[in-house]
Design a protein around this ligand. Structure first.
Ligand SMILES: NC(=O)c1ccc[n+]([C@@H]2O[C@H](COP(=O)([O-])OP(=O)(O)OC[C@H]3O[C@@H](n4cnc5c(N)ncnc54)[C@H](OP(=O)(O)O)[C@@H]3O)[C@@H](O)[C@H]2O)c1
Length: 319
């Protein structure tokens, strides 16, 4: 089978399309013929080999040589202890921690997968798992979003933000999106009520305040963010600079005690809310924003776009 392999950390140029052996499922695993896969920020970190990802995947060189967590495909074989799926089922899910999704076939434990609804294409399904889970868990589980609130999403034009706005619309909130100039029209068309171009305006310094801020970048001091919160407001981060995240972790309880504003961090529960996403998709309330699809041999180009932040929504590749 064909797979995108990397044997050293680096830029997109270290990714190579190679012919390797097709994997064989263990007793609790299924073999999936991958139809589509999407790129996540975590793939980018694992490719570059930043400090945290080297701790996860090898200090000097990557131990797991095939990236790719979000996949959609058809089950081609099942291990003898598999109970939820059968050959021919269409499935999707986030294989974070195992990876291996940027290949024609991947083996995975059945618990990492959900059935793909008939009306959802493989390309749409591959866009959903990680970004949509972060959006659901950030807005609902941690943010406890409620009708009538003012919500701001920082880094609104990527995976999490484009799902976030559609999920938040369900709650009847007023939503502001912050991203770069060339994404603002797309944000308006997705339903953001207001947009802010971060290259021209710092939302933490314009005097406006929000009940809920969902941040995918976390590149400012936590004190800047709390300035943008109304009394009892909640700031939820899904990721960003490690230094800023540590500050949020340690200062959060103090800020909560002194200012009555709340700082929360999402720890991704992979695949937890896929059935909820199936419901929203089925009701026509959420539609993934797809950049692409790109072909397997366009992987370098797709990663370059992702690395420069030029993508809109989710970059999806077909295998
Ligand atoms: N908590 C967990 O367990 C967990 C697990 C996995 C991933 N994550 C995190 O989840 C996040 C993934 O988000 P995503 O999929 O939405 O990423 P994404 O697709 O890369 O989107 C990020 C967006 O932010 C914009 N942006 C860049 N710099 C910005 C700035 N200074 N201010 C505002 N916007 C800015 C980018 O556009 P431009 O570049 O054009 O500006 C892009 O549209 C990452 O932070 C990742 O580390 C967390």
């Amino acid at each position: 089978m064909k797979a995108i392999v990397y044997t050293k950390y680096g830029g997109p140029e270290v990714l190579q399309v190679k012919e390797i052996d097709k994997p064989c499922p263990k007793d609790n695993e299924v073999l999936v013929k991958v139809h589509a896969a999407s790129i996540n920020d975590w793939d980018w970190g694992l490719l570059q080999g930043d400090f945290i990802n080297r701790l996860l995947n090898g200090l000097m060189k990557p131990k797991k040589k095939i990236l790719g967590s979000d996949i959609a495909g058809r089950i081609e074989a099942v291990g003898k202890n598999v109970t939820r799926f059968k050959t021919g089922d269409d499935v999707y899910g986030d294989l974070s921690g195992r990876w291996g999704g940027f290949a024609e076939y991947v083996c995975t434990p059945e618990k990492l997968l959900a059935l793909k609804p008939h009306g959802m294409s493989f390309i749409e399904a591959a866009a959903i798992p990680q970004a949509a889970m972060l959006a659901v868990q950030g807005l609902i589980d941690k943010g406890r979003i409620q009708g009538g609130q003012k919500l701001l999403i920082n880094g609104a034009g990527g995976g999490v933000g484009t799902f976030g706005v559609q999920i938040a619309k369900e709650y009847g909130v007023e939503i502001t999106g912050v991203d770069s100039t060339h994404k603002l029209d797309m944000l308006r068309s997705l339903g953001f009520d207001h947009v802010i171009d971060y290259t021209r305006e710092d939302f933490t310094k314009n005097g406006k305040q929000y009940d809920l801020v969902l941040d995918v970048k976390t590149n400012r001091s936590i004190f800047d963010y709390t300035r943008s919160l109304r009394p009892n407001g909640v700031y939820v981060t899904v990721g960003g600079s490690i230094g800023r995240l540590l500050q949020a972790l340690f200062m959060g309880p103090w800020i909560s005690m002194i200012q009555k504003k709340h700082i929360r961090i999402v720890a991704l529960k992979a695949n937890k809310d896929l059935l909820y996403m199936n419901e929203l998709f089925g009701a026509g309330k959420v539609k993934p924003v797809i950049d692409g699809p790109y072909k397997l041999d366009e992987i370098e180009k797709a990663f370059r776009l992702f690395g420069k932040g030029e993508h809109k929504g989710k970059i999806v590749m077909t295998m």
